[in-house]
Design a binder for this molecule. Sequence first.
Ligand SMILES: [Mn+2]
Length: 321
Amino acid sequence: MADASLKKIAILGAPIDIGASQRGTLMGPAALRTAGLLTLLDGLGFEVNDYGDIAIGDVADLADPPPDTARHYREIQRWSRALSARSYELARSGAIPIYLGGDHTLSMGSVNGIARHWHESGRELFVLWLDAHADYNTPATTISGNMHGMSAAFLCGEPGLDGLLGGEPRAPIEPDQLELFGTRSIDKLEKDLLRERRISVADMRQIDEFGVGVLIRRVIDKVKARGGVLHVSFDVDFLDPSLAPGVGTTVPGGATYREAHLVMEMLHDSGLVRSVDIVELNPFLDERGRTARTAVELIGSLFGQQITDRPTPSNAIEPDG
Ligand SMILES: [Mn+2]
């Protein structure tokens, strides 16, 4: 019999907006719920538990010296520590956690907690970063000081934010476990660092040339070959701004509606996805909830929503122990 826990989804909101320059992503979790995320997942046969929004009121400040080029470090530190601890628990419960952001600093905590769990389980965790940006700055390379541009670098163990998690165990992933996808805006020093670390980047030029199908298949095959599991960190600015205007950092030339759905459907068919972040949705900038609804539809595809049933059995999430 299939492992029933894999049909469980755990929803946790993280209303963070100080990692970005534009305020408003703190309304993201409410907008995603309003757009029908829970009803949709429920309709796809999952047992959905909504744990509400995480709060940091009780998290005490640490005293490590903050880097002077990381804005709102202290508050993001509180979010990251709380999220990492909670995320580790949720991953251990066997449910599929979905984190509702909030800006992309959310992933520093969510992915760290998940990585810790998979490290203990002896499985490699791969992180698919669907994003217009690489988010691979460090306090030494950043131009803006906005910490949402540092989350992928932090997760790969880059130096500069070493005290961020305090006593919370840090579980860095290797640079070859990070897959950037949909990239079309990278800072100069960031580009140098990505090249030095040999991080895999499927940028929009490659997507135009080869198509998303070929490129996402390459990621899936790599994860499968290494017996790993996949975390999807979905920054809404991955999508073209014409489709997703409710984002503070829009960059033209993003994924189309069809490309984005195909990515999600192929990820679903792979059966590899064990956790998800949805970040950077800014309802304050949205047009009548359009971006929130599009994001929710895409999560539907990621969890098995289809127009017609595919004749293959591979679209089930196949537990393999
Ligand atoms: Mn991002």
